[in-house]
Design a protein around this ligand. Structure first.
Ligand code: SAM
Length: 289
């Protein structure tokens, strides 16, 4: 094996290995591009994203999808009748613009335009799009400030910026843990992450107002394919276990809701702890001012 593989070589490799079967499915990396599109279109993540779009931007008709990979979101937005402009720097037919070109043909979409470019270098006219959607791509920025500045520049005034599922780190040590835990970073070396403040500063410095920060457990947009039920069960189990530990320490008085609430208040205890998830993902909903 070479020191470092390309992203395309990495995906071709993992498709052949049983150990990565689940990841290939969960990340929509199947060789069958239409299958990825279908599965993403049915996903609770995409359904929730559409809800966000229709509630914040009901009149929108144009979407710029930046860093759109193999086109799962671009094609689904186009199938929802939006006029979609897909931008992806990787030309490959496996995971890049080539794959979207194939999909455009097979779905016969005349409302989907495809460009090969980095977000930092898009040269669309200012104030052109109703929505800029960026899924799992902002954390790959070569220059985060420039990346977001371009996204906001091409948005119409009051246009909606959706940055979806970007890895968040708390500090450099946390970043190291994330990169070590990432299943593909060791092959292609292209993973990255920023702090929530770095994302937020980039968005506000670019002239957009953040309407909502969706932390990891705030939305199924982030934690899908985990379900709401799974997350609620996890919350209850963690609470129960923590209560048991407290009973061991201070006795049955820990079962009183007053004592339990006081404990949670004093120790800022939260039953769902995103800190244990390396590179937990956040999403941002913002509008251009
Ligand atoms: C994790 S993939 C996400 C792909 C797609 N948005 C999805 O959700 O399936 C990250 C994508 O960002 C693209 N990318 C990397 N750097 C970029 C940049 N500076 N500007 C735009 N896209 C970039 C990569 O080529 C890759 O396709």
């Amino acid at each position: 094996m070479k020191d470092s593989m390309t992203w395309e070589e990495t995906i071709i490799k993992i498709r052949k290995e049983d150990a990565f079967k689940e990841l290939v499915e969960k990340a929509y990396f199947d060789e069958n591009l239409e299958l990825n599109v279908k599965r993403f279109g049915y996903s609770d993540e995409f359904k929730e994203t559409l809800k966000v779009i229709t509630s914040y931007s009901p009149e929108a008709s144009s979407i710029l999808d930046i860093g759109c990979g193999n086109g799962i979101s671009s094609v689904n937005f186009a199938l929802q009748k939006y006029h979609v402009t897909a931008v992806e720097p990787d030309p490959s037919f496996t995971v890049g613009a080539g794959a979207i070109k194939k999909l455009k043909k097979s779905y016969e979409l005349d409302n989907l335009d495809i460009y090969e470019a980095f977000a930092e270098d898009i040269n669309f006219k200012s104030n052109s799009f109703d929505i800029v959607y960026v899924r799992q791509a902002m954390h790959h920025a070569n220059n985060l400030e420039k990346f977001i500045k371009e996204c906001v520049r091409v948005l119409k005034p009051n246009g909606l910026l959706l940055t979806i599922r970007d890895h968040v780190i708390y500090n450099e040590v946390d970043k190291e843990c994330f990169l070590k835990a990432h299943p593909l970073h060791k092959f292609y070396g292209g993973e990255n992450a920023f702090t929530a403040n770095e994302y937020k500063n980039a968005i506000t410095n670019a002239g957009a107002e953040i309407l909502k920060e969706l932390r990891y457990y705030d939305s199924i947009i982030n934690y899908f394919p985990s379900t709401d039920n799974e997350v609620n069960n996890l919350k209850e189990t963690n609470k129960l276990n923590q209560k048991k530990r407290l009973v061991k320490k201070i006795g049955k008085i820990a079962n009183s809701s007053f004592v339990w609430n006081l404990y949670c208040f004093i120790y800022k205890y939260k039953p769902l702890n995103e800190a244990s998830i390396p590179g937990r993902m956040y999403s941002y909903i913002a509008i251009k001012k």
